[in-house]
Ligand binder design. Structure first.
Ligand SMILES: Cc1cc2nc3c(=O)[nH]c(=O)nc-3n(C[C@H](O)[C@H](O)[C@H](O)COP(=O)(O)OP(=O)(O)OC[C@H]3O[C@@H](n4cnc5c(N)ncnc54)[C@H](O)[C@@H]3O)c2cc1C
Ligand SMILES: NC(=O)c1ccc[n+]([C@@H]2O[C@H](COP(=O)([O-])OP(=O)(O)OC[C@H]3O[C@@H](n4cnc5c(N)ncnc54)[C@H](O)[C@@H]3O)[C@@H](O)[C@H]2O)c1
Length: 480
């Protein structure tokens, strides 16, 4: 294929790269994306989709068992083979034909290979056969290369070839015993999934379970993991790892204890995919997260855009919020602002403007698909205090809401809202309980809309739903 020129060249066709290119084309420009693996990225094949598919069947089974009448109808155990088959289909059997057709239908040109910035506005693509193609961007290059699992420097860990999130998401067999290093989102979800699939799971949660969340959320998830037979070890760290000839993994812990398992999952965070994308050619540090301004333009150390502002970074690679939905939100802003700048149109970069990703700062929603689910948006109480806000925290037992009692016998859950007392608006909300995921968007709208609490009283939750927790929270706060 000959060298070519496009208005915009995007490196990485994960959910974020695809969406940037789509916005750019919708705005009347031309776009090419470069992808070295599967179009659709981590989320489609090794992260969001397969992991949620692994979790869903056990969640449905638990839900049925919590309701008399339905409980009696559940006579068997989880069909693990069927769960894995369903997971395979949600990962499109690790083929990207569907996404490649979508790119074509959206008018986006795909180049397969490793993309590297070669100079200002230039991307070199090295194909699998070693051939190279030069792509010139008239207006912008967007880095959307995502992130990979971080493997920490623990003696023997790399040599033991542990699972990362990828292998946990795509496994074709369920290990008898699974040890997990980490206590964050991946660790908590995969402990839930594999315990549900029948593994004996040990979680080495150095900093506790879900340490970034409100403390009650981590406590409820820990309690439920333990009830499911998981050994949760907060405050414990792995000191060294070896894998024996028969595949068994042996861990020595910093407290002197040992753990033996058939497989080991490392889930201690992410590292940016910027090691080999040519950053050195433009004076940036390979392997570093890319810092961006609010319009997603990459900025150098002084905080000014690289070059004349031709380089953008969206999604995991800029570390603002490592979530698919938030990366796609950035993609919409980045795509639209690239079009505006290319056409000399006005740039709407004020707070909450069309061309900025303001919600990344303090209004990021997330659902952790553990048992119970943990749905949160905005700031935790601790984060709000650290940000210097004068807050009031309001707590509510979710089980006390009529809708929860109807939803499931023994419904256990908790809700917290964090109110900025100076503005009397919600700045954070966390819900932990069965099926709270679908309650989250109401909280996100309240946070993003900065809806005054006095107005929220007029948003009446339907009876008898779990959403009635909103009324209870407002009653506990009191009306002025
Ligand atoms: C186990 C797990 C579960 C998760 N579950 C959820 C969830 O439920 N919900 C949620 O919102 N988020 C979830 N996430 C996070 C989510 O996967 C990421 O936030 C999302 O994939 C980021 O999208 P991205 O496009 O920025 O990067 P990626 O999805 O990583 O895509 C980047 C793409 O760029 C390609 N690439 C990289 N370098 C180059 C190069 N030099 N040349 C060409 N191509 C390149 C890669 O092959 C990849 O296809 C999960 C993450 C993990 C690890
Ligand atoms: N449902 C979802 O939205 C979802 C699901 C999975 C992943 N993700 C995203 O993927 C990203 C990566 O997830 P993750 O769980 O890998 O990272 P994380 O940042 O959520 O958690 C990593 C955890 O590892 C712990 N840790 C760090 N070093 C350690 C060590 N040496 N030993 C033991 N523990 C150690 C930290 O305390 C931290 O709690 C997250 O940012 C998350 O947003 C989202």
């Amino acid at each position: 294929m000959a060298n070519a020129t496009y208005d915009v060249v995007v490196i990485g066709a994960g959910p974020v790269g695809e969406n940037v290119a789509d916005r750019v084309v919708r705005g009347g420009l031309t776009a090419a994306v470069v992808e070295r693996e599967l179009v659709g990225g981590e989320c489609s094949y090794w992260a969001c989709m397969p992991t949620k598919a692994l979790l869903r069947s056990a969640t449905a089974l638990r839900a049925a068992r919590q309701v008399p009448g339905a409980r009696e109808a559940v006579t068997g155990e989880l069909d693990v083979a069927a769960v894995l088959r369903r997971r395979d289909s949600f990962a499109s059997d690790w083929t990207d034909d569907g996404q490649v057709s979508w790119l074509a239908s959206a008018g986006i040109t795909l180049y397969r290979g490793q993309g590297r910035v070669g100079a200002d506005r230039l991307v070199e693509v090295t194909r699998a056969d070693g051939a190279t193609i030069s792509l010139t961007a008239r207006h912008a290059v967007v880095v959307a290369t995502g992130s990979s699992a971080l493997v920490p420097d623990i003696a023997g860990l790399r040599e033991a070839v542990p699972w990362t999130g990828r292998e946990a998401a795509a496994a074709s067999e369920v290990p008898g015993r699974l040890a997990i290093i980490g206590g964050g989102v991946v660790a908590a979800e995969m402990a839930t999934a594999y315990a549900g699939l029948g593994s004996a799971v040990t979680v080495l949660a150095r900093d506790g379970v879900l340490p970034q969340a409100e403390p009650f959320a981590g406590a409820l998830v820990t309690e439920s993991l333990r009830a499911a037979g998981v050994s949760v070890r907060p405050g414990v760290e792995a000191a060294s790892v070896t894998r024996a000839g028969d595949g068994t993994v042996h861990l020595t812990l910093t407290d002197g204890g040992t753990v033996e398992a058939d497989e080991l999952l490392v889930a201690v965070g992410r590292t940016p995919n910027t090691q080999d994308i040519g950053l050195d050619t433009i004076g940036l540090k390979p392997g570093a997260w890319l810092t961006v301004d609010d319009t997603l333009r990459v900025v150098g150390e002084g905080g000014t855009p690289v070059g004349d502002g031709w380089l953008y970074a969206a999604g995991d690679v800029n570390r603002r919020a490592l979530l698919t939905h938030q990366g796609k939100y950035q993609a919409r802003a980045a795509g639209d602002v690239i079009v505006a700048r290319a056409k000399g149109a006005a740039v709407d970069d004020g707070r909450w403007g069309r061309h900025v990703a303001t919600a990344d700062e303090r209004a990021v929603p997330q659902v952790v698909f553990t048992d119970p689910e943990v749905a949160s948006v905005g700031l935790t109480a601790a984060a709000a205090e650290a940000a210097g806000l004068r807050i009031r925290v309001v707590d509510q037992d979710l089980a006390a809401v009529t809708g929860s009692a109807l939803h499931a016998d023994g419904y256990t859950g908790h809700a917290r809202m964090v109110v900025d007392e100076d503005r009397r608006v919600l700045v954070g909300c966390t819900l932990a309980g069965p099926d709270v995921a679908e309650l989250l968007h109401a909280a996100t709208i309240a946070v993003v809309g900065e809806v005054p609490l006095d107005r929220l009283w007029h948003a009446v939750p339907a009876f008898p739903t779990v959403s009635e927790v909103w009324l209870r929270l407002l009653e506990a706060y009191g009306r002025s």
